[in-house]
Ligand binder design. Structure first.
Ligand code: HEM
Length: 394
């Protein structure tokens, strides 16, 4: 074990990328210590997993309260004995066999999306691969697996991005209110979906959760997390993989990505070096220790799972995070570890690989049009917002 001083960096009062707020975390980067924290849920609780990084102010809070918005602990932030049973119900929808059986459907969606991108290139001379290939297939697949209706996809995508910014970003007061309005809309939509699903024929996630004894509020809380985590993170992984390939900074080229092994290896590379979920949080449940160092109760901990700007800045003791893509710890922790490990890991890797492969195969002659896109840079989520391409000279 290494001493805590070399494994845990106090990111006390570090400025955020927009310089607007402060976020005090103890940053843990050493993979062995990250794993240790994840495997000691009684000492390091996930109760802060869904707490807003930037405290929400009055107007945003009132907007959420007006619709009865609440996120009681059920899954990702649940540190009680009810977690295991609820996790089992959700896991039933993402078994390895179910995910494997989904591959032909994922490939069909990927080909259709890549075909749309090709049409757009012919028609308009340019296309955004985030919009055309990365955005919708993961949402369609997730809703299908959960037995839920595939509808309102554009709203769902907007709500997911807005909620990520509200809870993991650094929005100012005015932006918080805009984002809270969107989150409230999402929550109202979700409450209707839960009520409808519980009464619907056949098997679906909310019906199973109701049978397990969850209240409507608990089901909305679970749905709020899962309907974002279960698709937007995959969209973002695909976006980064496509961007790095076309930029020429991935270990292999666009042509090689058109094969199954090539695509899979690019996805693994991006997961290890700049995953869409580069950090995750825990909080010390009581006075404890890590790697020989003392950790007081209530310490907010930021675990580095993959390369990113935020924790890289902490290591340099620098208060202005710079681009630090490609600087990551070992893979193997990118989906977490232990009792809260991601339930969608296999699905996410499969979807990302198939979509990258089919896109590279369908659009062999393209090149990047915008080398400096805007990036989503929240505490725990990152990806380029657009991957604009055009036909190459050939
Ligand atoms: C690239 C895509 C994804 C990444 C990088 C990712 C990453 C993560 C991480 C880091 C955690 C926290 C693990 C921990 O606390 O130990 C997590 C939890 C979770 N993820 Fe994912 N995830 C992805 C996609 C998905 C998908 C597609 C689904 C479902 C369809 C999903 C469902 C979940 C669930 C349910 C949890 C909470 C599990 C629990 O608390 O027991 N994720 N994910």
């Amino acid at each position: 074990m290494m001493p805590a001083s070399s494994t845990a960096l106090p990111l006390a009062l570090t400025e955020t990328p927009n310089g607007a707020a402060k976020c005090p975390y103890l940053v843990v980067r050493d993979p062995e210590s990250v794993r240790d924290v994840l495997h000691r849920p009684a000492d390091f609780s996930p109760a802060n997993a869904l707490v807003a990084v930037t405290p929400l102010e009055g107007p945003a809070l009132r907007m959420l309260q007006r619709v009865g918005f609440a996120l009681p602990p059920v899954l990702a932030s649940n540190d009680t004995g009810t977690h295991g049973g609820i996790r089992k119900v959700v896991a039933g929808y993402f078994t390895p066999a179910t995910v494997t059986a989904m591959e032909p459907r994922i490939r069909e969606l990927a080909r259709e999306a890549a075909g749309n991108a090709a049409d757009q290139l012919v028609r308009a001379g340019q296309a955004d691969l985030v919009q055309t290939v990365a955005t919708f297939p993961p949402a369609v697949v997730m809703l299908g697996l959960l037995g839920l209706p595939v509808r309102d996809l554009a709203d769902l995508k907007r709500w997911g991005l807005d909620s990520m910014e509200l809870f993991w970003g650094w929005p100012d007061r005015d932006r918080q209110l805009e984002l809270a309005r969107s989150a409230a809309e999402f929550y109202v939509w979700l409450r209707r979906l839960v009520a409808e699903s519980v009464a619907a024929p056949g098997r679906n996630l909310f019906k199973s959760l109701a049978e397990h004894g969850l209240s409507r509020t608990e089901m909305c809380s679970l749905g709020y997390f899962l309907l974002i985590a279960g698709q937007e993170t995959t969209t973002q992984l695909i976006s980064t993989a496509l961007f790095r390939l076309l930029e020429g900074s991935a270990p292999l080229g666009w042509k090689e990505a058109a094969s199954e092994t090539g695509a899979r290896s690019v996805v693994r590379h991006v997961l290890a070096t700049e995953s869409s979920v580069p950090t995750w949080r825990r909080v010390a449940a009581h006075d404890t220790s890590l790697g020989g160092g003392r950790i007081p109760a209530g310490t907010q901990i930021l675990l580095e799972l993959s390369g990113n700007r935020i924790t890289a800045a902490a290591e340099r003791g620098n208060s202005s995070p710079q681009a630090h893509a490609g600087r990551g710890p070992s893979s193997g922790l990118v989906f977490g570890s232990g009792i809260h490990r991601c339930l969608g890991a296999k699905l996410a890797e499969l979807e990302a690989s198939v979509i990258v492969q089919e896109t590279a195969a369908a659009l062999p002659g393209i090149q990047l049009r915008d080398h400096e896109p805007e990036w989503i840079r929240h505490l725990s989520f990152q990806a380029p917002r657009t991957v604009r391409v055009m036909n190459g000279p050939g």
